[in-house]
Design a protein. Structure first.
Length: 221
């Protein structure tokens, strides 16, 4: 293909543009391949750890209500998650900047699907804002950004994941395994709390600290 282009005696700027486009295409393919490989490796780690004592410690705690600015989208597939989340977070932070507001706590992602799925994932990204500031000067809503109160949770099962973002599934598996063994069941949307900072500032394959939270209720004595 390259030889054919050269034989056509195309101008150098046109050739340069075509090669830049090809390079971008290959870089995108590499990134998608890395993401798929990371998910496969995470699944392999889960399989290897079956039957072993979990390294994750689950605790129960109460979560107070909080006011959030959020953007929500049904993500078509797990492979698209990073792209959609970054887009949604960008919208929320742009709205905060335009409204002269600041986040007052760790950002979070809320998953409202009633069971685990890798398709049509109901995803809401959110930042916590000060309720008193909103009462004094509620800025206009724009685009998909909405402001709402995230309700309190009397019994929240929580686990901390330290490592790579693609390995967070291990923490989720440990969380669900724990509530099953201890006679609890999920009764609300799963929350992912970013203790590492902003997702938009996260570099590829950088280690993270994430708290996974799941509202639960007692089902057995």
């Amino acid at each position: 293909h390259i030889a054919e282009l050269l034989n056509n005696d195309l101008p150098a700027p046109q050739l340069r543009g075509m090669f830049f486009m090809k390079r971008a295409e290959i870089e995108q393919q590499l990134q998608e391949g890395q993401a798929r490989l990371a998910r496969v490796e995470a699944r392999l780690k889960q399989i290897e750890q079956e039957g072993r004592l979990s390294d994750y410690e689950v605790v129960l705690k109460k979560i107070e209500p909080m006011m959030i600015a959020s953007a929500r989208q049904v993500v078509p597939a797990l492979l698209d998650m990073q792209q959609y989340r970054r887009m949604l977070f960008a919208e929320v932070y742009d709205w905060l900047a335009q409204s002269a507001l600041k986040s007052v706590a760790s950002e979070l992602v809320i998953y409202s699907n009633t069971e685990y799925t890798e398709q049509d994932i109901d995803t809401e990204v959110a930042v916590v804002v000060d309720k008193a500031t909103l009462r004094s000067r509620m800025p206009p809503i724009a685009g998909r950004v909405r402001v709402r109160e995230l309700p309190a949770v009397l019994t929240m099962a929580s686990v901390i994941h330290q490592g790579y973002l693609q390995d967070v599934g291990q923490a989720i598996s440990a969380l669900f395994a724990w509530i099953g063994v201890h006679g609890y069941s999920a009764c609300g949307a799963e929350r992912e709390v970013h203790l590492f900072g902003r997702e938009l500032d996260l570099t590829l394959l950088a280690p993270v600290v994430i708290e996974m939270q799941l509202p639960v209720e007692k089902t057995t004595p």
